[in-house]
Design a protein around this ligand. Structure first.
Ligand code: FES
Length: 109
């Protein structure tokens, strides 16, 4: 047990905190900015991998060409985008999300 701190010891501890707090804050901010830089995307983006070199991802289909059923991805994780390949299941498990495909089918005659 070292007893109560002297005035000099107290001043020394205050000086250490004065240096330590800005260093810790700067390190945390730097870490955040570096992680943002290396992830290369903003938190609000949903598209992580589809046609990232395009300014906008657009697909167009003629309804006559769809056939009796088409299943389109809405989670942006499909390797066969714009078609669903079931990747939404893993995405939902990891994130707790609840996304699924858009299914377009011809009415039964
Ligand atoms: S893979 Fe994206 S909705 Fe199914």
């Amino acid at each position: 047990f070292s007893g109560p701190a002297t005035s000099d010891e107290h001043q020394s501890q205050c000086n250490q905190l004065t240096v330590l707090v800005p260093v810790v804050v700067a390190a945390a901010l730097g870490g955040f900015l570096v992680s943002r830089y290396f992830t290369g995307r903003k938190k609000s983006q949903v598209n992580n991998c589809v046609c990232k070199d395009s300014a906008k991802v657009v697909h167009s289909f003629d309804i006559e060409d769809i056939g009796t059923k088409a299943v389109y991805c809405r989670c942006w994780r499909s390797k066969k985008f714009p078609y669903c390949d079931g990747s939404h299941t893993k995405h939902n498990e990891i994130t707790g999300d609840n996304v699924g495909p858009l299914i377009i089918k011809k009415k039964d005659a």
